[in-house]
Design a binder for this molecule. Structure first.
Ligand SMILES: Cc1ncc(COP(=O)(O)O)c(C=O)c1O
Length: 402
């Protein structure tokens, strides 16, 4: 076992909750087992990465197979790489027809940065519109899109020309105008909890972007890959983006991200001179893509109820059990869709004590970046009914102990 002080001295950390420290030994399905043999239920899925469960055998098999052929060879574009083509063709079958070209990267923030660069090369405008209290990553470009000054002040100067509007506030849509290059939006913003779109808001946002020629960039980095009950959450709100950004669950546990856009926008990036409109050495790594393709097919099977486990409950039905049964004096409400849910604590309840008690009761969870009173309920989509009941039981006992 590794001592915490030694780990911290050697590996840079940002964890502010000292008592919550585990050293995982193995992880399988919804379970993470530490070096003492204690078992935890993962209610975070590695922050929406391990959607089809830890150590999913189909993903492991795909990784092994690709490892036998080749690992990294060349930055893509120069060589024709089959894993890149296979993934592109499969995901395109599942997406709206206007999203034709995929640019592979490694992480979510890279996907967002690449999408913004493509938008800039396409319409040559400067203004970027983002939403208050939304998070798209930790690179300097993405930090420029954090609305709260306390997250920005130590990194100035940041990107100019970023303006903020409030999600679900229709009056704010007028701030999107002829100078706006792009709007970056999460389908279901997750910074403060789980914020559902209301009154056709996303359709109205789409319409406003069309009116002024702004590019609509959709961040489905958390909501993607079955989390909300459809492959992507936007399918439930009757609109389509110009560019879709994905990552996290995309790699099935390996690093992988992408932005997928309309041909004319992606061409602006591909035809840019000098050459590097956007680039990344490891983007589209063949092993990550093999894992990603296996993961994508597993998610589709789950959504089509082909996994034949545990009464074949849909993702919505699984989420509904949490939304119905998680009632406690410390809980104000639970909101969400599918297995993308947040518990909102009552005022005065100490969220740190809640998190620590959850860990003590074998539940891995966390809070939302801009609202620590919102606790995540996002287990792997493969969770069974009896595992859901077990997790609810543990959560309620953890809350009782606070
Ligand atoms: C909604 C959203 N967008 C973008 C990102 C950034 O992704 P990454 O950490 O892979 O850069 C995150 C990360 O948590 C996220 O939650």
């Amino acid at each position: 076992m590794i001592k915490l002080e030694d780990f911290r001295r050697n590996v840079a950390q940002i964890n502010e909750l000292d008592p919550i420290v585990i050293e995982p030994q193995t992880a399988e399905g919804i379970w993470v087992t530490d070096t003492h043999g204690k078992k935890y239920i993962d209610m975070l899925s590695g922050i929406c990465v391990d959607n089809t469960g830890h150590k999913n055998p189909k993903i492991i098999e795909a990784i092994k197979k690709q490892c036998e052929d080749y690992l990294h060879i060349m930055v893509y574009g120069e060589f024709i790489q089959k894993p890149q083509m296979d993934y592109a063709l499969r995901i395109k079958e599942l997406l709206p027809h206007n999203l034709t070209q995929i640019f592979y990267v490694n992480t979510g923030c890279e996907a967002i940065e690449g999408a913004i660069k493509a938008a800039k090369l396409y319409n040559h405008r400067e203004k970027i519109i983002n939403f208050t209290n939304s998070y798209h990553g930790a690179t300097l470009g993405c930090v420029s899109m954090l609305s709260d000054e306390k997250f920005r002040k130590d990194f100035q100067p940041l990107l100019p020309c970023v303006d903020f509007i409030k999600f679900n506030y229709e009056d704010d849509l007028q701030k999107i105008d002829e100078n706006t290059c792009c709007v970056v939006v999460e389908t279901i913003p997750v910074g403060e909890g789980v914020q559902m779109p209301k009154n056709d808001y996303l359709k109205k946002l789409r319409k406003r972007c069309n009116e002024v020629g702004a590019i609509l960039i959709l961040d489905e980095i958390q909501t993607g890959f079955g989390r909300t009950g459809t492959l992507f959450a936007f399918e439930q709100f009757d609109f389509e983006p110009d560019i879709l950004c994905i990552a996290k669950a995309m790699g099935g546990g390996l690093p992988l991200g992408a932005f997928i856009g309309k041909e004319e926008i992606m061409n602006a990036l591909n035809n840019h001179h000098p050459l590097i409109g956007h680039a990344t050495t490891q983007g589209g790594n063949p092993v990550s893509l093999a894992a990603g393709l296996a993961q994508l097919n597993c998610v589709v099977d789950i959504l089509e109820n082909k996994n034949n486990i545990d009464e074949n409950l849909t993702i919505q039905e699984k989420g509904e059990i949490y939304r119905k049964e998680l009632k406690h004096k410390h809980i104000n409400r639970i909101e969400g869709i599918g297995l993308f849910n947040a518990i909102y604590l009552n005022e005065g309840v100490d969220w740190q004590k809640i998190l620590i008690s959850c860990f003590n009761h074998g539940i891995i969870t966390g809070t939302h970046l801009f609202n620590p009173n919102a606790i995540s309920i996002k287990p792997p989509l493969t969770i069974t009914k009896s595992e859901i009941k077990e997790s609810i039981n543990r959560i309620l006992r953890a809350f009782d102990a606070v």
